[in-house]
Design a protein around this ligand. Structure first.
Ligand SMILES: [Zn+2]
Length: 380
């Protein structure tokens, strides 16, 4: 835990200077501090939010998830939530008896029971048959079980009950266990932005590299670091030790969050790895919901909708288009309790990326290829 904000900034300055030095990038303390000053001001609310998470680690400036089961299936918890949902169903059926003539709550409960003993995804045709016969609700093999339960509850107006979300959200979580083979870190550490493309066998156009082998978008590392919304999510070997920003990353991607809207940017090294994308998104959604104290219920927006609906691109992120959803499989989601209608007002859209400052003199960087302003290029 940092004693003061100044103490934190002092340590971060030293750590950033060390990284720049390692990569042979000329810097002066003033230039580094100019960026950190911007980072500290802009990231303050996101830092405050993530600090509420029980796994927050102030030395790492992030949340560390050990490899293995992040959320394991707990049938006792599932059963107790199912019983709470049954009580709600009983109330709603009684109230709506006239509306749902011919429907029997015991059939609904029977179907709910079957679903609460299913895998996270519907796995057998007997479940499909039973649920269909008992309730008229169609489901199919491979469909997410929690989604079928939600559909079932909507069919009988159970979702209209005031306590529905409070019971359904944890039930959906419990039915959807998360496990990862690597250690994962959700970080706001400045050095993680600098080294976000230090991959295990891969790199990207953000790489700091060496003198004649720099990425052509390295200004973007500071651009993400200095904005108010972006976080780095990455996975490393299970045995990796702190500082994690030194470790080579198996996967890495930027998430950006503001006001109930989450944007998941291009996954490195492989943006077509849908399975990894889904797991990482679930982890980050879960973290945000937990920090906000809101039910973990999100609406995933269709590709092609996100770019216009979630954030503005009128501020340059040094021409990086990793957040383009159609091109790189980026996805956006909205927290249902904050955005029940499933869209953002224009004034709620947020900006990903910010100005980066020269790490020598602190002037604005114009050229995306560098961490220096034009005047400092070539200076030692
Ligand atoms: Zn300069």
């Amino acid at each position: 835990m940092f004693k003061t904000y100044e103490a934190m900034m002092g340590i971060l300055t030293d750590q950033m200077c060390a990284i720049l030095g390692e990569h042979g990038i000329g810097f002066k303390k003033d230039g580094v501090e100019k960026n950190l000053d911007c980072y500290g001001k802009n990231k303050a609310s996101l830092l405050d939010l993530l600090r509420k998470h029980p796994k927050w680690n102030d030395d790492v400036l992030g949340i560390v998830f050990e490899a293995g089961g992040i959320r394991q299936r707990n049938q006792t918890k599932i059963d107790s939530l199912r019983i709470e949902l049954e009580a709600i169903a009983n109330e709603v059926f009684e109230k709506n008896a006239a509306k749902h003539v011919g429907y029997d709550v015991s059939e609904f409960i029977h179907a709910l029971c079957i679903l609460c003993n299913e895998n996270p995804f519907i796995s057998g045709s007997s479940t499909v048959d039973h649920v269909g016969k008992l309730t008229d609700v169609d489901c199919e093999i491979g469909e997410r079980t929690s989604r079928v339960i939600d559909k079932l509850c909507k069919a009988y107006d159970i979702d209209k009950h005031a306590d529905y979300i409070a019971v359904f959200a944890p039930l959906a979580d419990a039915l959807n266990p998360i496990s990862i083979s690597h250690k994962a870190v959700l970080s706001l550490h400045p050095c993680d932005f600098l080294r976000m493309s230090a991959g295990d066998g891969w790199d990207s156009h953000f790489r700091l590299g060496t003198h004649d082998n720099r990425g052509n978008l390295i200004a973007g590392t500071l651009g993400y670091m200095n904005d108010a919304v972006s976080m780095v999510f990455y996975t490393v070997e299970e045995t990796a030790k702190t500082p994690y920003y030194e470790a080579h990353k198996a996967n890495s991607q930027i998430f950006s969050y503001s006001n109930g809207a989450l944007h998941q940017s291009r996954l490195y090294p492989n943006y077509t790895d849908e399975a990894a994308q889904t797991i990482y998104r679930n982890i980050v959604q879960n973290v945000i919901a937990e920090c906000l104290g809101e039910p973990n219920l999100w609406r995933l927006l269709k590709p092609g909708y996100a770019n216009d609906a979630i954030f503005k691109t009128d501020y340059p992120l040094y021409q990086c288009d990793d957040y383009a959803d159609k091109k790189y499989g980026a996805r956006s989601s909205l927290l249902k309790t904050k955005h029940p209608k499933g869209f953002l007002g224009a004034q709620q859209r947020f900006v990903i990326g910010n100005v980066a400052y020269c790490v020598r003199c602190g002037n604005k960087i114009i050229d995306k290829h560098r961490l220096h302003c034009n005047a400092c290029v070539g200076r030692s």
